[in-house]
Design a protein around this ligand. Structure first.
Ligand code: GLA
Length: 729
């Protein structure tokens, strides 16, 4: 494993666990991509670089003969120099010209993985986990240094890429676009899988055949967004959960992004991913550097399932940080759907008392405890306890909750400001806005300019005061709208287009400060549900609120899609009321528990109003959660059902890393009459081991369970659930 450079052939070979990635430095010092896929032993894949018989394209000459940038598999595409496909890098020089061409200068290979200044990124736990290659390139005309950074993980099929630019000239250069990865695949015969949705319906899976031309997912909203996730998988047409090739790309960034696949005239595909070039321009003064975010690339030769498990292992071990990285999270109860804005100290203590009796471990006080906020039209920005509601103050409330045996958590929406707030009255210029234009509100709020240090200092100061004033052990960091009228009155005209990225750098700066100053706090991020569920956020918060839709049946699709990339241990999932507040669907308590158990697990309903039956269900669910959480959090996750393809059922399972134990969950979505017991085939078990079904006592061979399958007992009614716990004997 690791990275090699064959000096005589001028070939770089990057080997991750079972993956190889090769590219060549031509005599003209251009970088040509040769291969990305399953591990191969050979280094000399030069024969793969063919010349087409194209005649009418601009040509460059090198050892390969006359060939065109437009046909060559480029390692990193630049604009304006005879490659008409999607460029990764576009700049503008002092004369307004934008041609750019990079050539290899030198490289270095070292153990470990560098950080990216101010940005989240995956990391090595020890230097021997990874090797890194930095390729120093230059545009000689501009004197722009372009460093292509690759890291391979030795134990995972993961290669990461990012890019660093340095202006080595005496003149200002404007970066018009800088994407982080570029792969020229030798085929167009692939399917593209993306995650689409909206509020309360996030990350639904969509798959389609690649076509000629450009197909993309993106966000220009300033947040990664509900509607499209910064993730793409390019898979072989035959790929299923278990077979076929899958290339997964995940961007470690939470703002506006672009991921684009372009089917070209020569039946090939270019894929690029990174910061969205839309409305982007970064002024790079002489000597200045710019670092682009990281793209994680996962290769799987065993279908989409293995791709997901690789992402899960990477993100669980090399992205998530902090106290809660590897431990069971407290079972929480959040008062949002129980009370909305209508609560006070007494109500919260009633909920806490009942919760303590049921075995719940933490009370989270959601929106409405601060300023004059009794609905969603006021108060954001005024992070001062409203003592009309929180009678006796916050410290007293937290102490009372702690006395009942529960931890205490609190909600903030730090990036926002209500026009009806003391903060806005004092600083109407602190929000993102274009002077003289209407300030569009969404949910009656505006966005604070997080690029400004003074704004961040003020908001953080208030948060710090609150968090230091009582024994607070959890924070929910929400973000309930996207950015419009992007502008401020601070940056000069030629830097206004930097704001999208500067905003994200500001948010990350504040998140870093929060997690450094309060390392004991469990942070859960959120954005109107799952509007910023991305790998960038996972660097700061080990869990993210998956969706405001906690209906168990809606969650099947949402959690299935989310699990394509993100570990289930990161998915905030709660048991909430039935009928569900958003879709009005009635589901059994047991099913709601089984679906929430896949995620971080908690409750979001008024426990003071539950029947004894429901309370007993909660007690049983908590026993089950405690019993299985280690396996769910740390095991390998296998999708068995597909809620997008089948309305009868969904099913998934967890297998311990040592294959000693497995948990199968089965949800009967719609009851179909006159059928036999449903036989499903399990996955990931040790074929040679024997497993005992804990409930029935039946013993099966691992190979039997995976090939012949297991029977799910007949369940009566829609929305029923069943679990099977298997132990190796
Ligand atoms: C968002 C969140 C909810 C809740 C509300 C409070 O919608 O996703 O969970 O916190 O805000 O206003």
């Amino acid at each position: 494993m690791g990275i090699k450079f064959d000096e005589s052939k001028r070939i770089f070979k990057l080997d991750a666990k079972d993956t190889s990635y090769l590219f060549h430095v031509t005599d003209s010092n251009h970088l040509l991509h040769m291969y990305y896929g399953k591990y191969v032993e050979d280094t000399d894949l030069y024969y793969l670089l063919r010349l087409g018989d194209e005649k009418f394209v601009p040509a460059v000459h090198d050892a390969m003969g006359p060939h065109s940038f437009d046909c060559a598999p480029l390692e990193y595409s630049t604009s304006g120099v005879a490659d008409f496909r999607e460029p990764c890098l576009q700049v503008m020089d002092k004369k307004g010209m934008s041609a750019c061409e990079i050539q290899y200068v030198s490289h270095k290979i070292y153990d470990g993985k560098p950080k990216i200044t101010g940005l989240p990124a995956t990391f090595a736990n020890k230097d021997s986990d990874c090797q890194t290659l930095e390729i120093n390139c230059i545009d000689k005309h501009l004197n722009l240094e372009v460093v292509l950074i690759y890291t391979v993980f030795n134990e995972l099929d993961v290669i990461t890429r990012s890019v660093r630019l340095k202006n080595a000239s005496d003149d200002t250069i404007h970066i018009r676009r800088v994407l982080s990865t570029c792969i020229d695949f030798d085929t167009i015969d692939m399917d593209m899988i993306t995650l689409q949705g909206t509020w309360a319906r996030e990350r639904h899976v969509q798959r389609g055949k690649l076509r000629h031309g450009k197909q993309s997912v993106d966000s220009i909203r300033g947040a990664s967004s509900h509607s499209l996730n910064p993730f793409v998988a390019l898979v072989s047409p035959d790929a299923t959960e278990d077979v076929g090739e899958a290339y997964g790309f995940s961007l470690i960034y939470s703002g506006s992004f672009l991921a684009l696949a372009e089917g070209t005239q020569y039946e090939k595909t270019r894929f690029v991913m990174g910061l969205n070039p839309y409305d982007f321009d970064w002024k790079l003064d002489p000597g200045a550097e710019f670092e682009a975010p990281e793209v994680v690339m996962v290769y799987s030769d065993e279908g989409i399932g293995k791709m997901s498990r690789t992402f899960h292992d990477l993100y669980r071990n090399h992205l998530i940080r902090g106290k809660y990285k590897d431990v069971r999270r407290p079972i929480l109860i959040n008062n949002w759907e129980a009370t909305y804005f209508n609560f006070d100290t007494d109500k919260l203590i009633d909920i806490a008392r009942e919760s303590a009796d049921l075995g719940i471990e933490m009370l989270v006080m959601d929106d409405g405890w601060f300023g004059k906020r009794d609905d969603d039209t006021t108060g954001l920005g005024d992070w001062v306890v409203n003592e009309n509601k929180i009678k006796g103050g916050l410290k007293n409330l937290v102490e009372e909750v702690n006395k009942l045996g529960l931890k205490f958590g609190i909600w903030f929406e730090p990036e926002m400001i209500s026009p009806d707030s003391d903060l806005y009255r004092a600083h109407p210029d602190w929000c993102i806005h274009v002077d003289g234009r209407k300030r569009t509100t969404a949910r009656s709020q505006l966005v604070l300019d997080m690029s400004r240090q003074d704004v961040r200092d003020h908001v953080y100061g208030q948060m710090k005061e609150i968090l230091s004033s009582a024994n607070i052990e959890y924070v929910k960091w929400d973000m309930n709208r996207q950015i419009t009228e992007m502008g401020n009155e601070i940056l000069p005209a030629d830097q206004q287009r930097e704001l999208w990225h500067r905003y994200m750098l500001g948010v990350y700066d504040m998140l870093e400060k929060l997690t450094t100053d309060f390392p004991h706090i469990l942070l859960e991020t959120c954005a109107g549900g799952g509007g910023r569920f991305d790998a960038g956020m996972l660097y700061y918060s080990p869990q993210i609120w998956t969706s405001d839709d906690s209906d168990a049946i809606e969650r099947l699709k949402i959690q299935h899609g989310t699990s394509l990339v993100y570990p289930v241990s990161t998915m905030g999932a709660h048991v909430s009321d039935s009928p569900n507040h958003i879709v009005g669907r009635k589901t059994p308590f047991k099913t709601r528990g089984h679906v929430a158990m896949v995620g971080t697990f908690g409750y979001e309903l008024d426990v003071t109003k539950l029947s004894e039956d429901d309370k007993n269900d909660i007690r049983e669910q908590i026993i089950e959660f405690n019993k299985y959480n280690e396996l769910v959090r740390t095991g390998d996750y296998y999708r068995i059902g597909d809620p997008f393809a089948n309305s009868r059922f969904d099913s998934w399972m967890f297998v311990a890393k040592d294959k000693s134990e497995a948990l199968v969950e089965y949800i009967q979505v719609l009851k179909v009459p006159s059928l036999f017991e449903h036989r499903i085939r399990l996955k990931g078990l040790d074929p040679k081991a024997r497993y005992k079904d804990e409930e029935t006592g039946n013993i099966y061979g691992g190979d039997t369970l995976m090939n012949a399958g297991i029977l799910i007992p007949k369940l009566h009614g829609d929305f029923q659930s069943h679990i099977i716990h298997l132990m190796k004997v």
